[in-house]
Write a protein that binds this ligand. Structure first.
Ligand code: AMP
Ligand code: MG
Length: 493
């Protein structure tokens, strides 16, 4: 154990190269910074000394109470369409970017704090966060990472020693978040809405240098940047849908250029399969329902395209719109190809047959309205490779549709040149058994509010390896008990 304060070898390109895109800003001093969770694996990946982070100075650094040496703390400007309506000025109202770190693989990563106090972008808010939403973001991000889904990640969660009013007094907390960058669709919108085309270009050049450096010299680099973001988001959205993830607030300010999932607020994993599933208490119209997410992503990408049009062809707007539209129109096919690829894996198919898309769609149709647990279904199906389907059929309210589908799937498996056990094994590597079940998350967060993090640790431990069945973890693999009732989540403010 060391008591040496941490050293952060920051390199702050955002602060240096993008003046006018942010306000330099420090986190608020808090009475008693204390790290309740520290992500040692991630610290190591970032070439940080985890023991040094786990000191009083480390806790002060990671809660924003005291800026580390070498940081260039700032609040980023961004705009965004929230539930379809445009807000020209959102920005980091309760967050700051401390700086950038180069990880073990040479990748540049942002170290950002969420809940670190008011900034010039706070509007009416208090700039704070509380323990529940901070831990929820920690758990969700780590789960997505373990599932192989691009995501921002939590480096640490710290309490501040304050009580914050959120329908009652709750422990104040700060999330130290790591991201490939915090450039959002809304960051482009902020400058585009002001007609500041030079700034949009400066931001696009910065984004290209950071995320797509191979495009730097390309004559049509802005069009290609758009194409890259479209492709990353198509891939990301397919992964969300395949695993049953509902983001909950797919506003354009919550969509990254990097293709990482960001801003876990009222998000949740499906229990029963339902394209209309909505968990967020503020999404009354179901705009961000599970099954609508790919369409919404494409809508958000159209907003990005609008920002880039003046760069794509500065002399001919019609031509630029035509080119951008052409890229946007590729989204559905990209998405569907990625989804089908993932669905083949979920169904144990290593070869490709042109009827696979019909097989996959037919399964979704058979599951609709059947109250089938989405996650448990695929694990059960893996056990049917050598069985007759009756155990899985029992998961359906009316199994007629499933039984019909099952015979087609069995016939399709015949075309796989593989042993049954191998097929089942690869299905289990594509279908998690453990997801952050809503009742398990709530149970952990409720306990954490009173300062006990045992269930949070346990949940994180289970979710670190979501694909490998372990004995004693049955309670993490099943749906909520009936008395848990319909699930609602609330924005992480
Ligand atoms: P989010 O819901 O996290 O995507 O945030 C949307 C916008 O509201 C961002 O500009 C946030 O910075 C701002 N915001 C959310 N909560 C607070 C808060 N407690 N204080 C100040 N600003 C906030
Ligand atoms: Mg946000």
């Amino acid at each position: 154990m060391t008591t040496q304060p941490p050293v952060f070898p920051f390199d702050n390109t955002y602060a240096r190269e993008l003046r006018g895109f942010y306000v330099p800003w420090e986190g608020a001093e808090v009475p008693a910074p204390f790290l309740v969770l520290l992500n040692k694996d991630l610290a190591e990946e970032l070439q940080l000394d985890a023991d040094a982070l786990n000191t009083p100075v480390g806790a002060a650094n990671l809660t924003g109470s005291r800026s580390p040496d070498g940081a260039a703390p700032l609040a980023q400007a961004y705009a965004g369409h929230q539930f379809g309506g445009f807000s020209p000025q959102l920005g980091d109202g309760r967050a700051i970017l401390l700086g950038e770190l180069i990880d073990r693989h040479g990748k540049r990563r942002d170290l950002h704090l969420k809940g670190s106090g008011r900034t010039p972008f706070s509007r009416g808010g208090d700039g704070k966060a509380v323990i529940g939403p901070v831990l929820r973001e920690y758990i969700m991000g780590e789960t997505m990472h373990a599932l192989g889904i691009p995501t921002t990640r939590a480096l640490a969660a710290g309490t501040t020693g304050e009580l914050i009013d959120r329908e009652g007094a709750k422990p104040g907390a700060v999330l130290a978040r790591i991201a490939s960058s915090h450039i959002r669709v809304g960051t482009f919108q902020f400058f585009a809405a002001r007609g500041e085309t030079d700034k949009v270009r400066q931001l696009a050049d910065y984004a290209i240098a950071r995320h797509d450096p191979d495009l730097t010299e390309a004559a049509d680099k802005y069009l290609q940047l758009l194409a890259r973001v479209i492709s990353r988001q198509a891939d990301l959205l397919s992964k969300w849908v395949l695993v049953g993830f509902v983001h909950g607030v797919m506003n354009t300010d919550n969509m990254t250029i990097s293709g990482e999932t960001i801003d876990y607020g009222p998000c949740a994993f499906l229990d029963t399969y339902d394209p209309d599933a909505v968990f967020s208490s503020i999404d009354e119209g179901g705009r961000y329902a599970y099954g609508k997410q790919p369409l919404i992503a494409q809508w958000n990408l159209a907003r990005l395209a609008e920002c880039l049009v003046p760069l794509i062809n500065p002399d001919d707007a019609d031509d630029a719109v035509r080119l951008a539209t052409n890229e946007l129109n590729k989204f559905p096919a990209l998405y569907q190809a990625a989804w089908l690829d993932g669905m083949r894996k979920k169904l144990g198919l290593a070869t490709e047959d042109h009827h696979d898309i019909d097989l996959a769609n037919a399964l979704m149709d058979a599951m609709k309205g059947q109250n089938v647990d989405y996650t448990a279904f695929f694990r059960s199906l893996a056990r049917e490779v050598e069985a007759d389907g009756s155990t899985t059929a029992a998961l359906f309210a009316d199994s007629t549709g499933f039984e019909h589908w099952f015979s087609h799937w069995k016939a399709r498996l015949e075309k796989e040149d593989a042993k049954a056990a191998d097929i089942a094994n690869r299905m289990n590597q594509a279908n998690p058994i453990y997801i952050p079940r809503n009742h398990k998350v709530e149970e952990a967060l409720a306990e954490a509010q009173s300062g006990n993090y045992e269930r949070t640790h346990k949940l994180l431990d289970v979710l670190k390896d979501p694909f490998t069945e372990r004995s004693g973890l049955e309670a993490y693999a099943g749906p909520a008990p009936d008395d848990f009732g319909p699930y609602r989540t609330f924005c992480g403010t």
